[in-house]
Ligand binder design. Structure first.
Ligand SMILES: Cc1cc2nc3c(=O)[nH]c(=O)nc-3n(C[C@H](O)[C@H](O)[C@H](O)COP(=O)(O)O)c2cc1C
Length: 188
């Protein structure tokens, strides 16, 4: 297989963009389907497709943000921490993990596949030149909110909200891991 140094350079330098710095436009439907198609080329043991997407834009996104604020008022959680990303980002994609029962594939492997889909979507968006960030926050862990506002079925859960938009500026990069300190070489 031939080396693709452009892709490798991208992977070595890729970084998320803060939602606060995102502005319109966001990917259109066709562009987003391309990004979602790239995301679903995730490793998936047993080909279970244990994930699905909910695209939140315009009124749909505003409705979810309002539902988060109402839920915060009812439960005492922080409304801004929950809702602001959906109010600031031009587009948000909920990556929903859909565990498949009656399979020999362990649930943890389905979870890992859902995480891989999130990273795939994030990286596809960044590679296509969009600003993107993978966030959760308390709304991702509020089953009642998710069932009512996003229609999640029992057992489904949020692997991530991937927020997308246009981003020109990037703050200083975060310190990156000291790779040699993380590696045990078992070679001899
Ligand atoms: C599952 C998951 C949830 C996350 N949720 C949040 C979050 O709610 N708020 C936040 O500031 N960062 C969150 N992060 C961290 C950011 O997505 C991201 O890792 C960080 O901004 C650095 O991104 P980069 O390494 O792609 O540049 C989360 C990361 C993961 C994997």
């Amino acid at each position: 297989m031939a080396a693709d140094n452009t892709v490798l350079d991208f992977l070595l330098t890729r970084r998320s963009r803060p939602v606060k710095l995102m502005r319109p436009p966001a990917p259109g439907r066709d562009e987003l389907v391309t990004l979602l198609t790239a995301a679903t080329r995730a490793p998936d043991h047993g080909k279970l497709e244990p994930w699905r997407f909910i695209v939140l834009r315009d009124a749909g996104q505003a409705r979810f943000a309002a539902a988060i604020r109402a839920r915060a008022a009812a439960t005492g959680q922080d409304p801004d921490k929950g809702a602001s990303a959906f109010e600031q980002a031009p587009l948000s994609v909920a990556v929903v993990a859909v565990p498949r029962d009656a399979t020999k594939i362990p649930a943890i492997e389905q979870t890992l596949s859902a995480g891989a889909v999130c990273l795939g979507l994030l990286n596809a968006a960044l590679a296509a030149g969009w600003g993107a960030a993978w966030l959760t926050g308390w709304p991702a862990y509020d089953p009642e909110l998710l069932a009512e506002a996003l229609g999640l079925a029992p057992g489904e859960w949020i692997a991530g909200f991937v927020h997308l938009g246009t981003s020109d500026a990037a703050p200083p990069d975060r310190p990156r891991p000291d790779v040699p300190a993380l590696v045990t070489w078992a070679e001899a």
